[in-house]
Design a protein around this ligand. Structure first.
Ligand code: AMP
Length: 283
């Protein structure tokens, strides 16, 4: 497994693979790898591609009061995990090489970047789209893998490649959960044991919503209210948003007629967590 830090070396490596007729699968991450990330890597291997994992804690996607400085950086164990999962290259660029002095460009997918998580994290999705566009140009993957855990991000990046004619296919991979149901996240490391017990209620709350919909409820507002009541009863969970959106258009849904994504964000102590599930109403 190669560890490549230079942008130019990364592009040259990819060009060699393409000349050999190999395809390249890219798994963009911010490191602190867990089983969720590893499932993306496993999915990339299914295509018999060469697999590149990028590890980059992207300052552009953090707000001024967010956790950029304390975000876990665990490169040695990440490298070990990648090696044991057959990754061909870890692309591990520096901030200065991706954002040299004079850097001025941003990529923003309009509208969807400003709802749900975007409404509470101004500039976040612009930072994500900008760095992913750069990673695509540098690594030149054929396919890139993203988690359903960050459903809004995956949707925005699909839109970006379509709108900008970027020749990369985006694949979305199901959320990997702990046996308790808690969605795996690098930020789960911030949680104390008590907070982790509380965090389990987020998935349970989504299941409450799913059961309602599958039991025939069609009004999103009533689903949201029931989820909210469930979480409020648990105390010490500060709900940021609960929303139902159409997974195809990523637009808010008020009356449920088909598959719907229930998404939420909440603070558990000082940690902000997100989760979502897609529900098909029974007919
Ligand atoms: P991150 O390092 O948190 O930026 O995540 C990198 C990629 O891994 C993103 O595409 C995430 O959606 C994905 N990911 C994070 N957590 C999970 C999970 N629990 N299951 C599946 N994919 C995940």
């Amino acid at each position: 497994m190669k560890i490549i830090r230079s942008l130019r070396t990364m592009t040259q490596w990819s060009q060699v693979q393409h000349r050999r007729g190999d395809t390249i699968g890219l798994v963009p991450t911010m490191g602190a790898l867990h089983a969720g990330h590893l499932s993306l890597i496993q999915r990339a291997h299914r295509k018999k591609s060469r697999v590149v994992v990028s590890i980059f804690v992207n300052p552009l996607q953090f707000g001024p009061h967010e956790d950029l400085l304390k975000y876990p950086r665990t490169f040695p164990s990440d490298a070990q995990a990648c090696r044991s999962h057959g990754v061909d290259v870890i692309f591990y660029p520096t901030v200065a090489s991706l954002y040299p002095p004079g850097f001025k460009t941003a990529v923003k997918v309009l509208e969807v970047s400003d709802i749900l998580c975007g409404a509470h994290r101004p500039g976040h999705f612009q930072g994500v789209a900008t760095v992913v566009a750069k990673l695509f140009n540098i690594v030149q993957p054929d396919i890139a893998y993203f988690g359903q855990k960050d459903a809004q991000q995956a949707w925005i990046l699909q839109r970006m490649v379509a709108d900008l004619n970027i020749p990369v296919s985006i694949r979305t991979v199901p959320t990997v959960r702990e046996t308790t149901g808690l969605a795996m996240s690098s930020r789960n490391r911030y949680l104390s044991a008590e907070e982790k017990d509380l965090a389990l209620f987020l998935y349970q709350a989504l299941r409450v919503g799913a059961r309602l919909i599958q039991g025939g409820e069609r009004h999103s507002a009533r689903v949201v209210k029931k989820i909210m009541d469930f979480l409020k009863a648990k105390k010490h969970i500060a709900i940021q948003y609960i929303a139902l959106v159409d997974p195809i258009e990523f637009k808010p849904v008020s009356y449920i007629t088909g598959r719907v994504c229930i998404a939420l964000a909440a603070w558990i102590g000082k940690t902000r967590l997100i989760d979502n599930i897609i529900v098909s109403p029974l007919r």
